[in-house]
Ligand binder design. Structure first.
Ligand code: G4P
Length: 311
């Protein structure tokens, strides 16, 4: 059952996040740029952000998304959530200078938000959240590095009185004074359709718990590659001379190339489950090109807009 996988400790994490929100000045949510629609937890926005908290969304892993769809993704989210500021980036490859700029922009957007309630701008309490595997820890680590450098020249230390208000661990810089919760809030991905579940499985935001299902997930991945005209790279990688709508010949060819004969063998001696997992992993790593899995949703939205203006 793909819908009910969310573990108990994550539910507690969500509760914890909700409680801490009353003491934060701004929320930085991280999400995967390849799925601007799928898995977005709109509950956070409706219940907590909509009315009262500045909310900035980082669409991360932009290196893996289709460049033609980055701005469309931002427009899509801002049309659904007008109180959210959206920025896209690739945290994995960002350097210190870019990170300084990014964090400066994030702070600015939080402070300039009409929902920013503090009268003075000397101190910021920020919480980072998002669904699993979108880059929350990467973000916090980069921030930690940024502040570690500053701290070494400015001798910044924790002031115990303020620290205890948030959680045990906060990262601190003095100029400006910034408090960021060390542990990110983990949001439960919202799965409104089978397509969304598959897209989250392909981006590793929900784990594949039943290996036996990996060929179905790989088949869905292949379906999207074909649908979005991204046949060239998978054909090359799997040594196929034409695109295939059927996952089996793709996996058989790949199994031969990769010598996947180890664990679950089929009658021909190939480990098709292991090969399917390999294929899924390559999709997620970007081996078959930059893909925006929610491209169809963005296209639909654009068509609606065009029809509206033509009427
Ligand atoms: P989380 O805290 O939200 O769960 O995510 P985390 O930072 O652990 O990042 C999840 C994976 O995504 C990590 O790969 C990380 O390196 C990768 N990642 C983060 N930002 C980017 C980005 O901008 N571009 C790309 N291409 N990758 C990014 P990992 O540790 O290898 O995990 P896995 O998902 O590959 O198993």
């Amino acid at each position: 059952d793909m819908i009910r996988w969310f573990p108990g400790h994550m539910h507690r994490g969500m509760k914890d996040l909700e409680q801490s929100l009353s003491t934060v000045d701004g929320i930085i949510e991280v999400h995967d740029a390849r799925i601007p629609h799928s898995g977005r937890n709109t509950q956070l926005y409706q219940r907590l952000v909509g009315g009262h908290k500045p909310h900035v969304l980082i669409l991360n892993k932009s290196d893996l998304a289709d460049p033609n769809y980055l701005n469309k993704s931002i427009e899509y989210i801002q049309s659904e959530q007008p109180n959210t500021q959206v920025i896209h980036t690739s945290l994995a490859s960002i350097d210190m200078k870019e990170m300084t700029n990014l964090f400066g922009r994030l702070l600015q957007q939080i402070v300039e938000s009409p929902r920013y309630t503090r009268s003075s701008t000397v101190e910021y309490n920020i919480v980072v959240c998002g669904i699993p595997n979108v880059g929350k820890s990467t973000f916090i680590n980069k921030l930690r590095n940024l502040f570690a450098n500053k701290a070494s020249c400015e001798q910044v230390g924790a002031s115990p009185g303020v620290t205890r208000k948030m959680s045990e661990k906060v990262k601190i810089s003095n100029r400006p004074k910034v408090f960021v919760r060390d542990t990110p809030g983990i949001l439960e991905p919202r799965l409104k359709s089978a397509d969304e579940s598959f897209r989250l499985l392909l981006t590793n935001s929900i784990p594949i718990q039943q290996r036996e299902l990996s060929d179905i997930i790989a088949d869905y991945g292949l379906f999207l590659l074909n649908k979005y005209d991204k046949q060239r790279l998978y054909m090359k990688y799997c040594e196929l001379d034409k695109p295939s709508d059927d996952i089996l010949p793709v996996l058989l060819s790949l199994a031969k190339i990769k010598h996947c004969t180890q664990i679950y063998r089929d009658k021909r001696g190939y480990d098709l489950t292991g090969t399917a997992l390999h294929f899924i992993n390559e999709i997620n790593k970007g081996t078959f090109g930059q893909i925006t899995f929610d491209q169809d949703i963005l296209d639909e939205k654009e068509n609606e807009k065009l029809n509206d203006t033509n009427l």
